[in-house]
Ligand binder design. Sequence first.
Ligand SMILES: *Cc1c(COP(=O)(O)O)cnc(C)c1O
Length: 493
Amino acid sequence: MAALPEETLDPPDWAETARVLHLAVDQAVAHLREVRDRPAWQEMPAEFRKRFDEPLPQASLPLAEVLQDVSEGIMPFPLGNVHPRFWAWFMGAGNITGALADFLAAVMGSNLAGGNHAAALVDQQVVRWCKEIVGFPAIASGTLTSGGSVANLIALTVARNASAGEDLGEWGVESMARPLRFYGSDQLHSCHRKAIEILGLGHRALRLIPSDENFRLDLPALRTAIAEDRAAGVQPACLIANAGSVNTGAIDDLSALAAIAEEEGLWLHVDGCIGALIALAPLNRSLVAGLERAHSLALDPHKWLHAPFDVGCCLIRDAASHHAALASLPEYLNQAPRGVASADWLFELDLQMSRSFRALKVWMALKEQGAAKFGRLIDQNIEQARYLAQLVDNRPPLRLMARVTINIVCFRYEAEGLDEAALSSLNREIMLQLQEEGLAILSDTSLRGRHSLRVAICNHRTRFQDIDFLVEEVLRRGERLSDSLESGKRTHR
Ligand SMILES: *Cc1c(COP(=O)(O)O)cnc(C)c1O
């Protein structure tokens, strides 16, 4: 007999637990049903912020009270990306089915390290569906990751090992006869620089080629760089193409890059975290033609499939190189001929061993809505971005700062007579006011040294009227702010 009373985390009263859970469901439904009526973002009042300084709780508290803490002090202060007028950075807007899936996945509690069970089959099925979406062959390999950064890191790891030609796993990067070089445009996402660093290659192994006037990888400049490197004894290894760049949504010439990769014997990796899913969109899929020719591809279901965070996906055409780069089966995880350990270990294709059942939120939403619906929603966002670009074009002093290819619009309020620094602070002020008033959430960026507001419409709740609203609000604030600048100048004279 145990000396201490036996305990468990299970509730003493399941009926009370069910009551609290039903309450949470009602609150969740109301939260999303009424999202448009709430501010897109709001600063947390100090009284709520203070709660996060409380020390480690020792005593127990009824679940109903814990839930109340969440509904009062946490749920009202979101980042805002579920709101119809959130267009900052690039992220999905979530969906209730995905939320339900995350709940059920947690209830089931399965670890996706692998094994013979239903969740593992769902995981593998979702990977297969991702291949189908982008036109990768069924025999290709793939894994669901925590997001695009890890998907890119895995792909670059496989590319590095496949290019090095030595047993890198055994001897490490110092054993390489010649340094490897990776290429991409100056518009690459920052995660590639981090990946190259983690891979032990050093930033110089990533040669950033200046992009052309539309922010696409400049092909003649790429060819020159490859030739220069070969002449200098460096080994060109991998091209990293943007299918939707983070600044402006530019899509590199994927077919031309596939041809160059073939000619030069290089690995072609496509960062499709933004744009790979356009392959689902009937009106715009031709923009990403060539995607299917990549050796590896990163895509992000928590962006344009609106899966709740987090889920990314890495696809590798050559399954053997994927396995060779990451597999390391320890003796305590032998595969058995029968029973729960009689299936593949999924962690052998990922960085993590314990893995969440993130596949379920993608699986349930795809089953419920159908892939075609997601494709239409992507077309809808691209249409909304083109609509915004048109409004900007017709409403000086608004000015478009880059060509709009997909769903990202860079523009600014270009009041006359202001220099770059003044324009930058004026536009930044417009952005901050819109955020603080909870009206619309934009981000900003710098395009060849020029400050720009940036609207990335990856949002199934956005309506065309929200775009009209944004333009009016930016104009109104721009006028007011530039007027006060003018009168400020006059009083200083
Ligand atoms: C979002 C993004 C990433 C990083 O993906 P995470 O899911 O945020 O880790 C990489 N590349 C591009 C082009 C992206 O838009």
